[in-house]
Ligand binder design. Sequence first.
Ligand SMILES: NC(=O)C1=CN([C@@H]2O[C@H](COP(=O)(O)OP(=O)(O)OC[C@H]3O[C@@H](n4cnc5c(N)ncnc54)[C@H](OP(=O)(O)O)[C@@H]3O)[C@@H](O)[C@H]2O)C=CC1
Ligand SMILES: C[C@H](CCC(=O)NCC(=O)O)[C@H]1CC[C@H]2[C@@H]3C(=O)C[C@@H]4C[C@H](O)CC[C@]4(C)[C@H]3CC[C@]12C
Length: 293
Amino acid sequence: MGRLKKILIPSLGLVLAFWFYSARDTFKPEMLRGKRVIVTGASTGIGEQMAYHLARMGSHVLLTARTEARLQNVVERCLELGAASARYISGSMASPSLPEEVLREAENTWGGLDMLILNHIGQSSFTFFSGDVGHVRTLMETNFVSYVALATAALPLLKESEGSIVVVSSIAGKIAGPFTAPYSATKFALDGFFSSLRQELIIDKVNVSITLCILGYINTESAVRAVSHVIPQTPAPKEECALEIIRAGALRRRELHYPSPAVGSMLLLRSLAPELLDSLLLSSYRLENVRRT
Ligand SMILES: NC(=O)C1=CN([C@@H]2O[C@H](COP(=O)(O)OP(=O)(O)OC[C@H]3O[C@@H](n4cnc5c(N)ncnc54)[C@H](OP(=O)(O)O)[C@@H]3O)[C@@H](O)[C@H]2O)C=CC1
Ligand SMILES: C[C@H](CCC(=O)NCC(=O)O)[C@H]1CC[C@H]2[C@@H]3C(=O)C[C@@H]4C[C@H](O)CC[C@]4(C)[C@H]3CC[C@]12C
């Protein structure tokens, strides 16, 4: 009997612990039903695909980007797909007043917010750094400062709902390769800010999760247009990428690495043999095709 207790109770504990943690890991689309979600940069690419997934899951969506005509089409499609509601605000995130305007709209129409997905990026080129400091400033404002402003304005609502912030970043925000100097800087800044903020929320026992998404090359139109002449690898699908981002946010994960084996192995190699990683990266590029502007 004593021995049975010694074996049975810890085994039962292990089974229960396994069940508890695997249950926490299970994503169900219903988790997003009726949730109030803001997606920035939702007129094209991964953001547009996230809007469609959320719509199928029955979320309320508020979408932002600059191009009103595209946003109108995406909103219409979201309603056809089953969104609980869908609306948009158009404007540039380089403008300091837009973040608060977006959050005011969420508060006025929904009375709260469950998830903030920060995804937009300003225009940049895949080429040698031209020395244009003004471009770096504007890109920092669009790709980084506006993320901070949106998260700051959203925090009171997210604290109330115990919601989530999802930050879409890139492998370029963990490993700096060539031809993305300004872009890469904005993505490194996101990691610094949001990883620090995550710890402060934990210290303050604020139950708002922050998920940083580290993405590799994805087959959006703008990415393929920018790099396919230099990077011959096949990009990962934007539809699957979009779903993985939503999943990681709903499961309150700390980081998402997508596509998983490629991004994971690059991060591992960066810490074990950074020079080897640099030379592997360079040898995979068609350097002769890089456009000098
Ligand atoms: N595709 C890829 O290979 C990778 C993408 N990522 C990340 O994924 C995210 C989405 O990328 P992807 O879908 O490829 O990008 P897209 O170029 O397809 O989409 C960018 C979105 O941002 C909007 N946008 C552009 N400029 C501004 C601005 N000044 N203010 C507000 N919105 C703006 C665009 O709409 P509009 O022009 O109408 O404003 C569009 O909706 C980004 O954060 C990117 O860094 C990370 C790694 C790889
Ligand atoms: C240059 C792309 C940005 C295009 C753009 O300006 N879009 C916005 C708009 O048109 O309004 C870059 C966007 C994503 C980059 C890719 C990325 O982040 C992952 C890899 C990182 C690595 O360091 C370099 C190759 C990447 C595939 C990188 C290439 C440049 C982007 C496609």
